[in-house]
Ligand binder design. Structure first.
Ligand code: MLT
Length: 243
């Protein structure tokens, strides 16, 4: 029985954001980090069904790799895709890691902001986002990490970001799925996450039977990049629960 670790990246970035995990965890089990539709050179997917298409693309990668099951780790938007993966490909899931993410959908104002962002991206390109990104990193993040993140945002096509933004506005409420999660689940949040507040992640964890909740202290939204050693330690610990 081959079990691997499937890493699903966040918004504005591509699979490269998982470099510290690919490097730090490949000795524990096989690791895959696919680029989600439109990002990192992957083909675009239509707005309608984008999240499901992303989950299906990841499931295909798991099957192609010859794995029987995967521990599915999604950060933020990657978590929204992980919920879709769970709904559509349960038989492939050995465990879940839901990092800096949430089950609840957008409210009206947030959804409108995403659609406005998509319109602006199509009119102006993505330069304004790279120059002034949302607060993905905590205040303590190094200038080097900020530069890397900026470069990564600049590499993504504006249309890819626009479609993902629309898809996040459209995303379904995954809260009804939480009570039915039957695989070992680790919920990671960070004390300084300004994009998805720790309380939102904590409320989600409380609804997943037997979930382990960890708050990484002193870092922001991109916990895997801001605290890679701690993140990897938590993943390793969780892998032993997913046998
Ligand atoms: C992400 O980091 O993937 C996004 O900020 C998620 C979101 O905007 O909801």
């Amino acid at each position: 029985m081959t079990t691997g670790l499937l890493l699903l990246h966040g918004f504005l970035l591509d699979a490269e954001m998982w470099e510290p995990q690919v490097e730090g965890l490949h000795d524990a089990l096989p690791v895959l980090a696919p680029n989600l539709p439109g990002f990192g050179g992957a083909p675009l997917a239509p707005r309608a069904g984008w999240t499901d298409a992303a989950a299906d693309l990841a499931a295909e990668a798991v099957k192609r790799a010859g794995w029987d099951r995967a521990v599915v780790c999604g950060l933020s938007m990657g978590g929204y895709v992980a919920f879709s993966f769970w709904r559509r490909h349960k038989d492939l899931v050995a465990g879940l890691i839901l990092a800096n993410t949430r089950a609840v959908p957008d409210g009206e104002a947030a959804a409108k902001g995403r659609l406005d962002l998509a319109t602006r991206l199509r009119a102006e390109g993505n330069g304004f986002l790279a120059a002034s990104p949302p607060p993905l990193l905590g205040a303590q993040a190094s200038p080097d990490l900020r530069l890397r993140l900026r470069g990564s945002i600049e590499r993504q096509p504006a249309e890819a970001i626009a479609r993902a933004s629309e898809a996040m506005a459209d995303r379904v409420d995954s809260t009804p799925d939480l009570a039915g999660i039957t695989v070992p689940t680790l919920v990671i949040t960070s004390s300084n996450d300004a994009v998805i507040l720790p309380d939102v992640a904590k409320a989600m964890a409380a609804q997943i039977p037997g979930a382990t909740l960890v708050v990484i202290d002193g870092v922001g939204h991109m916990s895997n990049l801001e605290a890679p050693d701690e993140f990897n330690r938590l993943v390793r610990e969780h892998l032993s629960r997913c046998q």
